[in-house]
Design a protein around this ligand. Structure first.
Ligand SMILES: O=C(O)CCC(=O)C(=O)O
Ligand SMILES: [Fe+2]
Length: 237
């Protein structure tokens, strides 16, 4: 088993006297049933640890790249995967559209981080008990990058998606499960924010229409751009 990532041992379990435990994290907001935004969930130290881990995965074994779409387009976002490799529109163990090698192992500290995310987002001490994410897509957005409205639906599991954002803030568009069009809600995801979508919102359309350049704090470890990590359960073996 991998060792815990320094700085994550106490995440979500550290008593905070300034916080009413019954009310949960300040400013926590449920956009729709199962879809919860928790601003400022990661400390700067935790953000730096995540950035350092993601820099390592971006180098290899399968380097970060702009994903090619089946019809010839190229995504503006750059992505590297761990646990399972996603390419439109399937998961494999090897990065067949990059260099053919097996992707990095999904570390146990990230499983624990995902469990703590569910506990805090859903304000339920048991919410993470059965949660074992086995893949993460790590997206890097430069100033121009965007992500169109889509569903995360290659997973054969209805377990929640846990999303962590670091660096520049963005407009995150969270829609409905029927169509990529309205109704949707635009929120800002800033550095350190947690967003969880599960339950009735698990297969909602969502996207990132805009990144706000220069809004991140370099103390996050990211001098520019936006990093987003989405943990998922593939349901594959
Ligand atoms: O960058 C984000 O906030 C969302 C990323 C996303 O939707 C995805 O990777 O499927
Ligand atoms: Fe997504």
């Amino acid at each position: 088993m991998s060792t815990p990532l320094p700085g994550f041992e106490g995440l979500g379990t550290t008593p905070d006297d300034s916080r009413n435990q019954d009310e949960g994290p300040r400013d926590r907001r449920e956009l729709a049933p199962g879809a919860v935004h928790v601003p400022g969930w990661l400390t700067l130290a935790q953000q730096r640890e995540l950035v350092a881990a993601c820099r390592g995965w971006a180098r290899g074994p399968a380097p970060i790249r702009h994903t090619r779409l089946p019809r010839g387009g190229v995504m503006s976002v750059q992505t590297v995967c761990i646990g399972w490799h996603w390419q439109p529109y399937a998961y494999t163990r090897t990065a067949d559209d990059v260099n053919g090698v097996r992707v990095a192992e999904f570390p146990y500290w990230m499983v624990e981080l995902g469990r703590r995310a569910l506990v805090d987002a859903y304000q339920d001490a048991a919410a993470g008990d059965d949660y074992t994410p086995d893949t993460a897509l790590i997206n890097f957005y430069d100033d121009q990058a965007r992500l169109g409205m889509h569903q995360d639906k290659e997973e054969r599991s209805g377990a929640p998606v846990v999303s962590l954002s670091i660096g520049d803030s963005c407009v995150f568009r969270f829609g409905n499960t029927e169509t990529r069009a309205k109704p949707y809600t635009d929120i800002e995801l800033a550095s350190g924010d947690l967003f969880v979508f599960g339950g009735p919102s698990r297969f909602a359309y969502h996207g990132v229409p805009k990144v706000h350049p220069g809004t991140g704090d370099p103390a996050s470890g990211l001098a520019g751009g936006r990093l987003n990590i989405t943990m998922r359960v593939t349901g594959l073996s």
